[in-house]
Design a protein around this ligand. Sequence first.
Ligand SMILES: Nc1ncnc2c1ncn2[C@@H]1O[C@H](COP(=O)(O)OP(=O)(O)O)[C@@H](O)[C@H]1O
Ligand SMILES: [Mg+2]
Length: 365
Amino acid sequence: MTDKLRVAVLFGGRSGEHEVSLQSAAAVLANLDRAAYEVMAIGITKEGQWWLCPPGGGPGEGPWWEGGRRVTLLPIPAEGRLYFLDEGKFGPQVDVFIPILHGPMGEDGTVQGLLELAGAAYVGAGVTGSAVGMDKDMMKKVFQAAGLPTARHMTIRRKEWEQDPEGSAAKIGATIGFPCFVKPVALGSSVGVSMVREEGELARAMELAGKYHHRILIEMSAAPCQEVECAVLGNESPKASIPGEIVPGNQFYDYRAKYIDDNSQLIIPARLSPEVEAKVKELAIRAFQAIDCMGMARVDFFVRPDGSILVNEINTIPGFTRISMYPKMWEASGIGFSSLLDRLIELALEHHREKSRSTLFYEEA
Ligand SMILES: Nc1ncnc2c1ncn2[C@@H]1O[C@H](COP(=O)(O)OP(=O)(O)O)[C@@H](O)[C@H]1O
Ligand SMILES: [Mg+2]
């Protein structure tokens, strides 16, 4: 027997960011302290099947599910015990789940909801924070209500666009203007995001974004601007890291610039005046708290040449690859990758305890 904490890394998932998750999870698995944790790797296929990898297994070369076992979580409070489909029975308790799933069906509160129903402790934002953080429309509404500066934007439903493209284009031209950015409301890694320089390019961008979601966000371009990111860590009193900066190798920080072309520059610390840096850190924490985030988040900004700052988005499960900004910004701030994971696990247990203090049922005062 072992007195090690049993942690389970969830990776893959049913989203356009499946491949990115494999890379993130590989880095997380490589940096979890094996002396402190018994580590399980659970992959979710694009079809949604959960596979527990054989010991030491995980994403890498070749099919990671080979030699694995089909498992699931049941939506009944079972203290985070996995259910083995081959044996038809529960396995041992998983102390902390670490969802390293990017995008819909993983970062958006769906898996978090299942973890809640299963009574499990898990790293990162809960259902509300995850759902709001994933939905760019809701996220911006919450940010605005919290007094955070955002770029001018509007949303159009895919159906509305399809029924009246001319009318919708006129509305976009009048409300936002060009150049603008068109994005599916819920995704990440720039999947489905286009820069639109003039009205003639709009239809293609709307159709692309509409492939991924039934609501489409159209946003004024912040260019010229610096793209600045700041990592946040904590629960009730979150801390902000030294901000970093991205200089996209392509026209904007698109999927290719992020993962394929390897032509973007990551600069830590970001080239900001002390005043702007302090403001970015303050806004990062306020954005984190505005959506009731827990554990971790990366908050992304546009900083204009006049020093004005716009909050672009919050990522509740930021990239964790070896070259990702979230672990790199903490490293620059004095917290190495393994210590960062230790802290996230501690925070998950802490929040799990905090939640257990709330009563679920009505009690006579
Ligand atoms: N309003 C904007 N002004 C300038 N650039 C933008 C704007 N919105 C998005 N971008 C560019 O597109 C990239 C992806 O957009 P983002 O909203 O961050 O989507 P994702 O969630 O997919 O990362 C950004 O990193 C940036 O390079
Ligand atoms: Mg982004």
